[in-house]
Design a protein around this ligand. Structure first.
Ligand code: SAM
Length: 306
């Protein structure tokens, strides 16, 4: 059953909201009404904070998109009042559909808080976690794309090994891929994420199985990034949506993986397009990491469109 409330804790909440709202406040009175595009609405934490800073008589609204239908149902409940007041629109869409949701309104702010929410990873049914016997799915958008089960049923050993290495930087990628393909050839491929986590862990030497993070963490991350085509989606966002941000508009991109951060960093480096208020990525403070360990690997890059 779908949990009705989010338990995702928004990361770097104040710096992101402050930066985007300041951009709106700096607009001239005469600026046509436009939008802040929250491309990753998730539990709605960032958007809720932005809404409270903008106030109830704001001329500009938020468009919040997410490709996860469960997140959209939750956000429609959370923001029911603000939706009815015309302060936010909640739309089931992926990055590639973001511009359709915006139409011809100017984009004065863009937020992308990449990756996965706590609501997704902690779900006992969505298949993102090796802690529960959930179906092998892992799709953020459960209405499209191929599930992990179908992917594992068909992938070659070398492709699987490449995916686990490329997106998970897992040194045992070859061994893990070999084991999974061997299980498949014997007709005993794991049937749920708990079994998959165990099969991955069994590829590790016994002494390494109980050290540090769960041995399947990097493999699960890699499979999730692949199943959801997360880097391709980011590329589309950068290629198609970033250029539509209005001059003076602000972009805040929060990433959790070095491959994502690299794409964002390279994009913002093009000086004739962007002004950078900070040269380096902003990271969560020790206090924030202490309170929310998921903020540990977050890197926030801010830019102002020229
Ligand atoms: C880290 S969470 C966002 C959390 C949110 N900022 C909050 O405060 O609750 C990332 C969300 O982005 C969504 N998402 C990831 N990639 C997406 C894409 N390509 N298109 C649309 N939504 C995406 C996920 O489904 C997830 O709900």
């Amino acid at each position: 059953m779908l949990e009705s409330q989010t338990h995702h804790i928004p990361i770097l909440l104040e710096p992101i909201s402050h930066f985007l709202v300041e951009g709106i406040q700096n607009l001239p009175e005469s600026a046509p009404s436009g939008v802040i595009l929250d491309c990753t609405l998730g539990g709605g934490g960032h958007s809720a904070n932005i809404l409270s800073k903008l106030g109830r008589r704001a001329k500009h609204r938020i468009i919040g998109i997410d490709r996860d239908p469960d997140a959209i149902v939750r956000d429609q409940v959370r923001f029911a009042e603000e939706i009815s007041l015309g302060l936010i629109e909640v739309v089931h869409a992926s990055f590639s559909q973001a511009l359709e949701a915006v139409g011809d309104r100017p984009i004065y702010g863009l937020l992308a808080d990449l990756g996965i929410s706590s609501d997704q990873i902690d779900s006992q049914t969505r298949g993102f976690s090796f802690r529960y016997p959930a179906p092998l799915d892992m799709r953020m958008n459960t209405k499209a794309g191929i599930s992990l089960q179908d992917y594992l049923g068909d992938v070659s050993e070398s492709e699987l090994s490449d995916v686990i290495w490329k997106y998970g930087e897992e040194r045992l990628s070859r061994k893990i891929a070999r084991r999974l393909i061997d299980l498949r050839s014997r007709g005993i491929l794991p049937k749920n994420t708990l079994e998959l986590g165990d099969a991955v862990a069994a590829s590790f030497p016994p002494a390494m199985r109980h050290k540090g993070i769960h041995p399947a963490t990097r493999t699960f991350q890699a499979l999730r990034i692949f199943i959801n085509q997360e880097l391709n989606e980011l590329e589309l966002l950068i290629r198609d949506v970033f250029p539509k941000v209005a001059p003076g508009g602000r972009l805040a991109i929060l990433s959790f993986h070095s491959l994502e951060d690299r794409q964002v960093k390279e994009t913002f480096r093009v000086r004739e397009n962007y002004e950078l208020p900070f040269k380096k990525a902003i990271q969560a403070s020790d206090e924030e990491v202490e309170a929310n360990s998921r903020s540990r690997s977050a890197k926030l890059r801010l830019a102002i469109k020229k």
